[in-house]
Ligand binder design. Structure first.
Ligand SMILES: C[S@@+](CC[C@H](N)C(=O)[O-])C[C@H]1O[C@@H](n2cnc3c(N)ncnc32)[C@H](O)[C@@H]1O
Ligand SMILES: [Zn+2]
Length: 301
């Protein structure tokens, strides 16, 4: 992990900033964390030991499914929702980042903007300045699953991958993130607000009721409840919603893609693999499946 990425992190024990020397991140109080050989940093507070993030199989299924591009419209909507960014080296923190698919896409779009300077062929929301003044975008991927962290560490040298617990204090310094992403992941409003720069933006992706509707009953997947809007607003106390867009498409998924899609959700834990394959077997091949999510933008009140 690059030293400039370690410098935006903080110690999970004493909250002092971390700095990288050789392959060890250290705080001023002498706490030390070795980089894993796969390149990520484990900053999980000891109180979170044993907490279950995505398993190796779930992360693998997610990686294969996302690589097929079915959720590309979500990634595009996130890019289009980016606020104007004025910092010299924009930092995006993704909480519950999984394989860092969305984070990588956002950084790539930011860097493309960087390369193109003031060219008009990019979303107007991204701030344009003369290319010479811009540094490249950087990201921190936080996930409680070390399997996810391993993947995220390999995606892009501009991404620092960290094992951390969203329900505790994020291992990120105060006020460093221009943007925080939360895509189908736990939302800890207080911590997300703390790591954002003043005026920074939180982008949240939540499923709508129609999302994957064709699969829910057949496959015993967890459905989206009707109280989702209330829960979203309650979970983001201290933030104001400043925008939202609905993303919808129909995905024509073959049985293999459905296996991966179900395999990457929490439902994978409840239904065993063979039962899942049998249930998928009764579906048409391919089956049209609805993608329906909302991307919302939030700023601290
Ligand atoms: C539904 S997945 C979404 C992953 C990624 N955002 C995406 O959409 O591809 C939820 C992710 O949150 C992670 N997660 C669950 N509980 C967490 C926690 N307490 N802290 C950090 N990450 C957590 C899981 O390991 C998993 O990678
Ligand atoms: Zn410390």
């Amino acid at each position: 992990m690059r030293a400039d990425l370690v410098s935006v992190l903080r110690c999970p024990v004493c909250a002092d900033g971390l700095e990288l020397t050789d392959r060890t991140a250290r705080c001023g109080q002498g706490h030390a964390y070795d980089l894993a050989k796969q390149g990520y940093l484990n900053l999980l507070p000891s109180a979170s030991n044993g907490i279950e993030g995505d398993s190796a199989e779930m992360v693998e299924a997610r990686s294969v499914f996302l690589a097929q591009g079915w959720y590309e419209p979500i990634r595009e909507a996130l890019i289009e929702s980016l606020p104007p960014i004025t910092s010299a080296a924009p930092l995006v923190v993704e909480v519950g980042a999984g394989t860092a698919y969305y984070l990588a896409g956002v950084l790539e779009a930011g860097n493309k903007q960087h390369a193109e300077g003031a060219s008009s062929n990019v979303p107007s929301a991204i701030h344009t300045r003369p290319a010479a003044q811009l540094s490249t975008w950087r990201g921190i991927a936080v996930d409680v699953s070390r399997y996810a962290a391993r993947r995220a560490a390999k995606v892009d040298a501009a991404i620092g991958s960290v094992v951390g617990d969203a329900w505790r204090e994020l291992p990120v310094r105060d006020g460093v993130a221009d943007v925080v992403l939360d895509v189908f992941a736990p939302r800890n409003a207080g911590e997300m607000a703390r790591v954002l720069t003043p005026g920074g933006t939180l982008l949240v992706v939540t499923p709508n009721q129609a999302h994957l509707g064709e699969l829910i009953d057949v496959l015993g997947m967890v459905s989206v409840d009707g109280e989702k809007e209330r829960r979203l607003v309650e979970s983001l106390a201290g933030f104001d919603r400043v925008g939202q867009r609905v993303v919808e498409s129909t995905m024509r998924l073959d049985h293999g893609a459905i296996e991966q899609l179900v395999g990457m959700t929490p439902s994978a834990r409840h239904v065993d693999k063979q039962a899942r394959s049998e249930r998928i077997g009764v579906l048409a091949d391919p089956t049209d499946v609805t993608l329906s999510v909302t991307v919302s933008s939030w700023r601290t009140a």
